[in-house]
Ligand binder design. Structure first.
Ligand SMILES: [Zn+2]
Length: 305
């Protein structure tokens, strides 16, 4: 599969679905989303820390971790969806260039995590589900650049070096996927779309979360520079596709700001750190929460919880 801008426009020659009307990714425009208060927060069952044997693999386009069938989205989607794999999209070709697939008001985040699931209520396997209109569900998360190491990504980032070259794989003996995700899963966008790689089947119910995951600058750099195929592996993301007659729904009312529509999500928290001169602090989830609470106290307007 070739990822150049011109190459991408030719995907449909070999894979007709890539030229369809419900393709992914898309640009999510906050002012055009429809708030749907009936959208329920996805409940992720079996995502907590666990021992096992998880294969992590460099497939030449991304790093992919096979997920066990014990990970299931048990609520928040039309039926139960069983996890099959996770992988990322990132940039890095030019310094500081971003590589998320979905964009938000035209802004591309640094990277994007995809958790791929299939509808296990209706289908017996991913293979059977992958080309069905109600076959798949992908949870998507954006990454932002923070000042502190995200300790929940330490193993994952360190393991990248062990699958440096395309075709290499390794076994991971423990995985704490829930901690690798934002605490708040309440705020998300939902729309019907497709796989973002050929064969581009229009079989994916997308959930794109508004709350991003924070990695340190150093962690992002490692993500962008460690993996190789023939060259450094970067910028394997698909251009945004036309929305056509689809509507993007949101579980919340997106706040629109005057001037810039772009919300810098982690700003408040890191400002707090820099104001008080705390540097090189390893932020654990509990510390993060405390800092957030203090900050909320100072600036009540920002927080609802
Ligand atoms: Zn993907």
């Amino acid at each position: 599969v070739l990822y150049g801008a011109v190459d991408q426009t030719r995907w449909a020659e070999g894979f007709p679905a890539c030229g369809g009307q419900k393709q992914s990714p898309i640009d999510i425009q906050r002012q055009n989303v429809r708030h749907n208060p009936d959208l329920l927060e996805p409940v992720l069952t079996g995502y907590a820390a666990q021992k096992g044997n998880f294969v992590m693999n460099n497939n030449g386009y991304t790093v992919l971790i096979n997920l066990p069938p014990s990970m299931v989205i048990t609520r928040g989607l039309p039926g139960q969806y069983t996890a099959i794999q996770m992988h990322l999209h990132w940039g890095g070709m030019q310094m500081e260039s971003s590589g998320a697939e979905h964009t938000l008001d035209g802004i591309r985040y640094i990277a994007e995590l995809h958790l791929v699931h299939y509808n296990s209520d209706k289908y017996s396997s991913f293979q059977e589900a992958k080309d069905k209109p109600d076959g798949l569900a992908v949870l998507a998360f954006f990454f932002v650049n923070g000042h502190f190491e995200n300790t929940y990504y330490r193993d994952f980032i360190n393991n990248l070096a062990k699958v440096k070259y395309a075709g290499q794989s390794m076994n991971i003996s423990s995985l704490d996927l829930r901690s690798m995700l934002p605490e708040n899963l309440n705020h998300f966008f939902r729309y019907q779309g497709s796989l973002t790689v050929p064969p581009c089947y229009e079989s994916v119910l997308w959930t794109v979360f508004d709350t991003p995951i924070t990695l340190s600058h150093n962690q992002i750099k490692k993500l962008e520079t460690t993996l190789m195929n023939n060259n450094t592996m970067w910028d394997y993301y698909r251009m945004v596709q036309p929305l056509n007659d689809r509507v993007v729904e949101s579980s919340f009312v997106p706040r629109l700001r005057k001037g810039s529509m772009y919300r810098k999500p982690a700003q408040a928290r890191w400002d707090f750190h820099s104001v008080f001169g705390i540097q090189n602090l390893q932020v654990t989830k509990s510390k993060e929460k405390k800092i957030e609470l203090v900050w909320c106290h100072i600036k009540r307007l920002l927080c609802k919880t």
